[in-house]
Design a protein around this ligand. Structure first.
Ligand code: SAM
Length: 190
């Protein structure tokens, strides 16, 4: 049982796109209450549950506290967009590198659609800065965004550093929501 239904979105995306494999190192941005981290721990085997496959690593970051989870490290009370948090994250990663960066972050919605969209895009751009510091060549980036006028700006930015960009609308996202995910694969260092 997962801490939050959002787990099913990541499971669905992973089922189709195979982004989490045993042995990989994962950063989970906006991790509270921890459901995506639970999925990541299972899939990368960071708790060592399967001795037959490599053991991965999972670190989650959030402004909020996150209840402990076997196989995951958490940085609580931390803002992913803060360069100090990004440095701290890098120090905690094995060999200072991640294979996968996930972001399910969202700002508190103001109700003004375009403003919320722009705030979320700027958060995604901060996650991309983090990727430029820690992501392994060949690595994967998945972020949530709300569709709007600046989606193409974010996609174009991603296209400068990743070979393959796609837009995903999981079945598990509520029908009425403008929520979608951008999946960028095969990071090439600039
Ligand atoms: N993926 C999570 C799960 O499955 O349990 C749910 C994430 S929830 C939709 C979004 C989270 O993003 C919230 O917990 C919020 O505190 C966090 N968040 C928003 N802005 C943030 C920031 N600047 N830095 C870190 N976390 C942030």
């Amino acid at each position: 049982n997962y801490r939050c239904r959002s787990a099913f979105k990541l499971l669905e995306i992973n089922e189709k796109h195979r982004i989490l494999q045993p042995g990989l190192s994962v950063v989970d941005c906006g991790a509270a209450p921890g459901a995506w981290s639970q999925v990541a721990v299972e899939k990368v085997n960071s708790a060592g549950a399967d001795p037959e496959v490599p053991t991965g690593f999972v670190i989650g970051v959030d402004l909020l506290r996150i209840a402990p989870l076997v196989g995951a490290h958490f940085l609580a009370n931390s803002d992913v967009t803060d360069p100090a948090t990004q440095t701290r994250l890098q120090e905690l990663l094995p060999a200072r590198r991640a294979d996968v960066i996930l972001s399910d972050m969202a700002p508190n919605a103001s109700g003004f659609k375009e403003m919320d969209h722009e705030r979320l895009i700027s958060m995604c751009l901060s996650v991309l800065e983090l990727a430029e510091k820690v992501l392994q060549p060949g690595g994967t980036f998945l972020c949530k965004c709300w569709d709007g006028g600046q989606t193409s700006l974010l996609k174009n930015k991603l296209a400068q550093s990743f070979q393959d960009i796609r837009t995903i609308k999981p079945q598990a996202s509520r029908k009425e929501s403008a929520e979608m995910f951008l999946l960028a694969k095969n990071y090439r260092k600039k």
